[in-house]
Design a protein around this ligand. Structure first.
Ligand SMILES: Cc1cc2nc3c(=O)[nH]c(=O)nc-3n(C[C@H](O)[C@H](O)[C@H](O)COP(=O)(O)O)c2cc1C
Length: 191
């Protein structure tokens, strides 16, 4: 099949769609949906989110230097989309989504109770890239609902069915079945 040059679009797919929580110095908190985000370093464990300076959340991130990455299950696709369309400038997203803020263990930013995985982050570097600023942060705590953990405390995605975002097509997709393990193909060669 012939290749077609489709330009310099963001076609890396899928990418995550999660809800990040943040707060200002007065303790007012907000939820922003992020797809430009993920893990970026192992030791120390680090994560990132890239945020436009036009987002209401932007000044909150700068003010307190903290955020929480809240990973939604497949039951929270609508809430995730809403928090990526509504702005705290006009709407209280906690009230609009009926999501529940719960205290985190280290950062002052609340976590979302209904999300089965919550990752507390402390911002270490901010780099302006153009449209977005990247907030590089150290992961200082990770929480998971017991129901989504296996007996080795690993997060099992079949237990909460997280979903992915395809930026280019602007679509949300499920991740339905296990098709391999890390290093599994190499083990086949070693035989
Ligand atoms: C699936 C999805 C992913 C998004 N990813 C990002 C992102 O990575 N960075 C960003 O700045 N905005 C992103 N947005 C847009 C913001 O979530 C949106 O502008 C939101 O309304 C900002 O809220 P705020 O003004 O309350 O901060 C995304 C929106 C959606 C629906």
């Amino acid at each position: 099949m012939a290749k077609k040059n489709i330009g310099t679009v963001s076609a890396i797919s899928p990418i995550p769609a999660f809800m990040a929580t943040c707060a200002d110095k007065n303790g007012n908190s907000n939820i922003i949906t992020i797809s430009y985000g993920g893990i970026i370093n192992a030791v120390p464990p680090m994560a990132y989110i890239s945020v436009r300076d036009t987002r209401y959340s932007y000044h909150m991130l700068k003010e307190t230097g903290e955020f929480v990455i809240n990973i939604p299950g497949g039951n929270l696709t609508k809430e995730t989309d809403l928090c990526g369309i509504l702005s705290a400038r006009k709407v209280n997203k906690w009230e609009a989504t009926k999501l529940t803020p719960v205290e985190a263990s280290i950062v002052k930013v609340p976590m979302i109770k209904e999300c089965p995985v919550n990752i507390e982050c402390v911002i270490k570097h901010i780099i302006a890239l153009g449209s977005h600023d990247i907030f590089l942060a150290e992961i200082v705590a990770t929480h998971a609902d017991e129901e989504v953990l296996n007996d080795k405390n690993k997060v099992m995605i079949d237990k909460f069915k997280p979903f992915a975002f395809c930026y280019n097509a602007q679509e949300y997709w499920t991740l339905d079945s296990l098709i391999g393990h890390y290093g599994w193909a190499a083990k086949e060669i070693d035989k």
